[in-house]
Design a protein around this ligand. Structure first.
Ligand code: AMP
Ligand code: MG
Length: 396
């Protein structure tokens, strides 16, 4: 049996960026992986401008006495120079006129007809309420690094630089096959002894949020020949294969055999709970992950092993769930032989964040994944008592 770390190393070593680049308009770039560094073609803000609604002034002039207001500058305007001994009305985002060295906010002046005077007690110093050209981004500055998954703020940032399209990685095509004679599709009427296929929907959602294009092959029964045929066909049109169920050693577990006959297994048993029987290998030349059938096991193994593989195979950075130290809200007296991932909620108690164990940790209990804020990682051979500091992986 491999440890979690050994299995990850082995799996990640097999991940080589397998996709081409494509240019997409900004509106389609959210969630995609940036293929090239982005350098700023312009400075942001492009010119000195006002951070407030008020008056553009020369501080020395205003301190000397009331000033006539000579016109107004709105956002989008191209103002002339501020004449000595005058003020100009200015609004947020409007370019600062040459010669002005501060914007005094409108609340700090008394306006009488066309003149303003600084209110008693109000202060103004040079530089007040001015957003300087380039204070956010300088020309040529590296703003985003290749490999980054583009977030909403990144898209806004690119737009602020006048960039209309970016080079991203093409989505990785992931083939998905669910195995099991017992599976029904949501929408089918319930039948005795059968269960609904939750993995298919769980995994389509998880793979989609990783930026992959899912090729969904539906369900295959627990039959070796049918499983071989389904995997072979699916392998043709995809970059990576993922299946669920049928990887244990029961009589109906045919996936392992199918993979051995169509390719080979590199990793099989991993000392992880939930998720021990995870098959990683290749089928018809394509990387293959055989996830366990239990939905919680499928969820955890996807997060720990498949996600980093897919991120790297897509040419992106490997980004594991954020890991935070928290206080244990329960004791763990019995050391385990497998690295365990417990579903917990996180609650604030004073300054500390406390992990509360969800009651049912069965590997078929998907409701506790839905309720969990995090997975508490218990390393092999570890115990802890109430209040000890433990590690939690935050769930999205
Ligand atoms: P297996 O790994 O095929 O032995 O399945 C382990 C458990 O997970 C069994 O209780 C199966 O009924 C259940 N299971 C397998 N596949 C799915 C699926 N796609 N959706 C929900 N439960 C499943
Ligand atoms: Mg099965």
């Amino acid at each position: 049996m491999l440890t979690v770390a050994e299995a990850r190393t082995k799996i990640l070593a097999a991940a080589t960026p397998a996709v081409a680049n494509m240019q997409v308009p900004l509106q389609q770039a959210h969630g995609r992986i940036l293929a090239a560094d982005v350098l700023a073609p312009i400075q942001v803000p492009p010119c000195d401008n006002s951070a407030m609604d008020g008056y553009a002034v020369r501080v020395a002039d205003l301190l000397a006495g009331p000033l006539p207001v000579a016109g107004a500058i709105y956002a989008g305007a191209a103002p002339g120079e501020l004449l000595v001994g005058t003020a100009q009305r200015i609004f947020t985002g409007a370019p600062l006129p040459a010669g002005a060295d501060a914007v005094v906010i409108q609340e700090d002046v008394q306006r009488n007809g066309d003149t303003i005077a600084l209110l008693d007690g109000a202060k103004v110093v040079a530089g007040d309420n001015i957003r300087r050209a380039g204070e956010d981004i300088r020309v040529g500055e590296q703003v985003l690094v290749a490999g980054r998954r583009l977030q909403a703020a990144d898209i806004g940032l690119l737009a602020s630089l006048g960039i209309a399209a970016v080079a991203v990685r093409s989505p990785l095509r992931v083939g998905l096959l669910c195995t099991g004679d017992e599976l029904l599709e949501p929408g089918d009427p319930p039948q005795p002894g059968r269960i609904y296929n939750s993995n298919r929907y769980l995994l389509v959602a998880m793979l989609g949020s990783l930026g992959c294009e899912v090729v969904d092959a539906g369900i295959v029964g627990d039959d070796l020949a049918a499983t071989c045929t389904a995997l072979q066909q699916l392998a043709q049109g995809v970059d990576v294969l993922v299946s669920t169920g049928g990887v244990s050693v029961g009589d109906a577990d045919v996936v392992k055999q199918a993979v051995e006959s169509l390719g080979g297994l590199d990793v099989w048993k991993i000392a992880v709970k939930p998720g021990k029987p995870l098959a990683f290998g290749h089928v018809c030349g394509k990387p293959f992950f055989g996830l366990p059938g239990n939905p919680v096991s499928a969820f955890v193994t996807l997060l720990l092993f498949v996600q980093p593989f897919l991120q790297r195979a897509q040419g992106g950075d490997v980004r594991d769930p954020v890991c935070v130290p928290v206080k244990a809200g329960f004791a763990w007296p019995k050391a385990g032989k497998r690295e365990e991932y417990l579903r917990v909620t996180l609650q604030r108690e004073g300054e500390a964040l406390v992990a509360i164990r969800l009651p049912n940790q069965g590997s078929g209990v998907l409701s506790s994944v839905a309720r969990a804020d995090a997975l508490l990682r218990v390393p092999v051979g570890t115990t802890f008592v109430l209040g000890d500091v433990v590690e939690c992986l935050l769930l999205p």
